[in-house]
Design a protein around this ligand. Structure first.
Ligand code: BEZ
Ligand code: FE
Length: 290
């Protein structure tokens, strides 16, 4: 008989995973148990509190569907998604930031420069830059998967008035790693407020539901680590208070007014000036595996 007591339950439960043949899974399970037990001990968790937490997790599961994961939102608003992004970011490369729920695979491939403006309202802007390696050398084989919200704050999947694939595309960069996307300025956006994460966790804690305006990008190039990231603007009122902790200083750009005729023509601004945001992205080399 093993006499389970306060002083041996954590080691016993963690040790029960010792025969897991996958050594990484074994490490994850054992560390998770140690930290969960440590949490319960630190706060002296009561039965009522633990029952209530389990019921909350049930509600998080109940509202989740294939296209709406309340669990991802829970991970985002607790900072866990961003922590995993930061842990995966190479210090010599552009930092990663949250993927969010509105990426779908298979956006249309467009030429570079791409034009996403279509019938969208909003201020027209040119987003351009270069894709480089960690040493600053151009990566001409890189491609970009890009998406953003419309001037009403909504992504096309949430808004039946927008055409399919509105404000999203994939493009290949040019010989010097350069890209340009003529688009509209994204706007700040609220995370979903109709589920238990907002109603039971964030609202009572007086948290903000807002995300600063952002572009989303997935940048990939052969031999390099794929970068999932976002770009923000320096003037955004929610920059210091992102509900999902996605803002990193190197990801904050500024719109500048330029008078470069070729660039302004991409936006349909034939005379005078136009707004541009420029940002380069650096990809870390893929670790070589034997
Ligand atoms: C977004 O980027 O749109 C987003 C990210 C996390 C949670 C909700 C929305
Ligand atoms: Fe987003």
């Amino acid at each position: 008989m093993k006499n389970i007591r306060l002083d041996n339950i954590t080691a016993t439960a963690a040790g029960s995973f010792a025969s897991q043949p996958d050594t990484r899974k074994c490490e994850l399970a054992q560390a998770l148990i140690k930290h969960l037990h440590g949490f319960a001990r630190e706060v002296n968790l009561t039965h009522a509190e633990w029952r209530s937490a389990l019921a909350f997790m049930h509600r998080v599961g109940d509202i989740s569907t294939d296209s709406r994961s309340e669990f991802s939102l829970l991970s985002d608003v607790t900072g866990l998604s961003s922590l995993v992004d930061l842990l995966a970011s190479d210090p010599h490369a552009t930092p990663g930031s949250v993927l969010g729920p509105f990426h779908t695979v298979g956006s249309p491939w467009l030429g570079n420069p791409a034009n996403l403006i279509g019938k969208n309202n909003g201020s027209r802007v040119l987003f351009r830059g270069r894709i480089l390696d960690a040493e600053g050398k151009a990566l001409p084989e890189a491609s970009i998967d890009f998406w953003q919200n419309a001037s009403n704050g909504l992504y096309w999947q949430m808004d039946p008035t927008q055409p399919q694939d509105n404000l999203r595309c994939q493009i290949k960069v040019g010989e010097q790693g350069e890209f340009a996307i003529a688009t509209i300025r994204p706007v700040p956006y609220e995370i979903p407020t109709d589920g238990p994460v907002w109603n039971e966790l964030l609202w009572p804690a007086k948290r903000s539901s807002w995300r600063p305006a952002h572009f989303h990008l997935i940048v990939s190039a052969p031999g390099h680590r794929t970068l999932v990231t976002e770009v923000f603007e320096a003037q955004d009122p929610y920059l210091n208070n992102d509900a999902v902790f996605g803002v990193r200083e190197p990801l904050v750009g500024e719109y500048r007014t330029i008078t470069e005729a070729a660039a302004c023509e991409l936006l349909g601004e034939v005379d005078g000036s136009c707004e541009v945001m420029e940002m380069d992205f650096r990809l870390a080399r893929q670790p070589t595996t034997r």
